[in-house]
Design a protein around this ligand. Structure first.
Ligand code: SF4
Length: 652
């Protein structure tokens, strides 16, 4: 096999055993999220709690990971989702993915639970299970330093959990190379539940490509295309904030404001957050992940004031929203500090913001009081309070123990009408912008199999105002670039569901794809690169079909493990009832009747049952998932033939 390391490792922490298998066994799913979702579906029984030894956590590289194709440093993590009980997948950048392949492994499947804290050291085809007792209790940054010291190797790549993962906090994530998060689904807590503090890789191997000349020829043309766009110029100038940041250089862009109550932040606050201020005041250098032409990250140094001396990699747009606008906090330094604390403790910014903003919101509405908060006076825009809340959440102290369960469960536990203000999808906290006005974007977030987030089917075409001609040409949807139009968005999101799965399968960052700019990597480009790299001839249509198959495996997992149906694809109260206050999209909200029609179109595009939102016999048979069809059918979770007939009538 080409462009792969060739080995898959099954690591059982309970028995301290490692079994090797050939990567060839999984070639039908190519790699990355495709293999990860398949393994989680196949290996995790329905009765398994996400934090039990029966759950598995998988580390997956793709066929392009570690090659010279653009932004090809991704590592996918798939497991059972702590917040939703359904599927979880997320990927991170940095250098870990390529290093894992150079160390000899394409996929790691970690199961069981170690008796005492351990970390895995994977180096040149060897896997050592080492004691982590001396680093348990340390934060992510300290952990990386201590392991480097212990192994006397500065070049190792570390994926670690912080105290949040150790304490099984629902929002815990895995941090790679200190600051690159695999954030969704509580995967850090899954590692913590296995007493697994870190996975460390170091490899001196290399990848052999099937046709390196052809690969490099095609690859250099893609690099040229990417580098020759306005999108890339914004990234290079201002980093991640450059494309959808504070709005300083674009005007007043949508944000998530005060627990997503609104999407327009007051102008005087927005102006303090302009991209150019971060650049001039804090930027020390630009940073990029492995082989990335985009360079979306920055290294900041706070040189004066209360937090003088702090240095960190920052600031992603979603972090700015999560720890700034959604908390109504307009202090740049406090936002940067919150970024650092979340990285060190290992907590996902979106779901952390969801629970912190909800707590302030319901306190301000008088639904909870200081008796519940443990004496904390929860006010908007209080930077010290935010840091204090991070602290008590990560260590599950007092009120923090309730918040550590995530916004959905915390609101259910407290009750008192606070559930209405919990911003979550399928039980997973969210923090998003433009979600009332951009209908396709909203649909992609609500139907995401991992419980919200914009990394599944949410398209970017509305933000980019794609012309009707281009919308028609690329997606068969002339309204693809019209934010407030509902029609066509079901079809558009279904297309992006499968397309974004391809990027995750290949091991490429979504910023380097069509999702960000239609001059970037499209399905046919992926097919050319994968064919040249692996020697397995494939075209863009085949890849989209594989994407559809993977999306269906994830959907089936959710049906069996979490029981999600159509009702779970609807937006929370605030988005349907509280309109945007001002600006270009003043008055916009998600209208329930139009939402239902958009859902119909979405299910129909996937060939799912319109009435229930579940998969159908026909759909699963057509894409060759016979075993999965039988398993769902046996449990009575496939709509009856009668319902399918109704669907056909409805569609005519
Ligand atoms: S675009 Fe940003 S997140 Fe994506 S690979 Fe490049 S540096 Fe990493």
């Amino acid at each position: 096999m080409f462009s792969v390391a060739g080995k898959v490792a099954w690591i059982d922490l309970s028995n301290k055993t490692v079994i090797l298998e050939s990567t060839e066994s999984y070639k039908n799913f190519i790699g990355g999220r495709g293999v990860g979702s398949y393994l989680v579906f196949k290996e995790v029984p329905e009765r398994a709690h996400p934090l039990s030894p029966e759950n598995i956590i998988t580390f997956n590289t793709g066929p392009l990971t570690g090659t010279l194709s653009p932004s090809s440093g991704r590592i996918n993590i798939s497991t059972k989702n702590v917040a939703t009980q359904g599927i979880s997948f997320a990927n991170a950048g940095g250098y870990f993915g390529p290093e894992m392949k150079y160390a000899g492994f394409d996929h790691l499947i970690i199961q069981g639970k170690a008796e005492k804290p351990v970390y895995l050291f994977i180096h040149d085809n060897i896997i050592d299970i080492k004691s982590a007792e001396n680093i348990w209790g340390k934060d992510v940054w300290e952990t990386e330093e201590l392991i480097k010291e212990e192994l006397s190797d500065e070049k190792i790549r570390v994926a670690a959990i912080g105290q949040a993962g150790e304490n099984l906090v629902t929002m815990a994530c895995i941090m790679f190379d200190r600051s690159r998060a695999s954030g969704w689904g509580g995967c850090g807590a899954v590692m913590g539940s296995k007493n697994l503090k870190a996975v460390v890789v170091r490899g001196k191997g290399y990848l052999e490509l099937y046709n390196p000349e052809s690969f490099m020829d095609y690859n250099s043309r893609i690099w040229e295309r990417i580098l020759n766009t306005d999108t890339i110029r914004l990234f290079h100038e201002y980093g991640n904030l450059g494309t959808s940041g504070a709005g300083g250089i674009f005007g007043n862009l949508a944000q998530s404001v005060r627990n997503m109550e609104d999407e327009i932040w007051e102008a005087e606050k927005t102006l303090k957050m302009r991209e150019i201020i971060f650049k001039e005041k804090y930027e020390e250098r630009k940073l990029a992940d492995f082989c990335c032409p985009i360079n979306c990250s920055r290294f900041y140094h706070i040189k004066e004031g209360k937090f003088s001396g702090h240095k960190l990699e920052a600031l992603k747009t979603n972090v700015y929203r999560a720890f700034g606008t959604n908390i109504d906090l307009s202090s740049r330094e406090y936002i940067l500090l919150a970024n650092e604390m979340a990285d060190r403790y290992g907590m996902n910014c979106d779901s952390l913001s969801a629970v912190v903003a909800w707590a302030i919101d319901v306190y301000q509405r008088g639904l909870i009081d200081e008796e519940i908060t443990g004496g904390l006076d929860l006010q908007w825009g209080d930077g010290d309070l935010q840091l204090k809340l991070f602290d008590i959440i990560a260590f599950r102290r007092g009120f923090g123990d309730i918040l550590a369960q995530g916004v959905c469960r915390a609101s259910q536990k407290i009750g008192r009408g606070t559930e209405k203000y919990a911003m979550h999808v399928k039980g997973h906290g969210i923090c998003e912008q433009g979600i009332r006005s951009h209908k396709g974007w909203a649909l992609g977030i609500m139907t995401s199999p991992i419980g919200g987030g914009h990394l599944a089917g949410a398209p970017n075409t509305e933000q980019r105002r794609l012309s009707p001609e281009l919308g028609m040409h690329y997606f068969g949807v002339p309204t693809a670039g019209e934010p407030t139009v509902y029609e066509g968005k079901g079809k558009l999101v279904a297309w992006f569901d499968k397309y974004k799965a391809i990027a995750d399968i290949a091991g490429v960052c979504l910023f380097a794809t069509y999702w960000m700019d239609i001059s970037f990597i499209g399905p046919n480009d992926f097919a050319e690169l994968i064919s040249d790299a692996t020697g397995e001839k494939i075209n863009g249509k085949d890849l989209l079909e594989l994407g559809e198959k993977v999306v269906n495996i994830e959907k089936a997992f959710n049906t069996l493990h979490a029981g999600f149906t159509r009702k779970d694809d609807r937006p929370p109260y605030k988005l349907t009832e509280i309109p945007i206050s001002s600006g270009e999209f003043a008055g916009e909200r998600l209208l329930p009747d139009k939402w239902e029609k958009m859902l119909d179109e979405y299910y129909d595009s996937h060939n799912w049952d319109i009435k229930t939102g579940l998969q159908t016999h026909e759909c699963l048979e057509n894409i060759g998932l016979h075993d999965i069809k039988n398993r769902i059918e046996k449990l009575g979770k496939l709509p009856s033939q009668e319902v399918n007939c109704c669907k056909k009538v409805t569609n005519q």
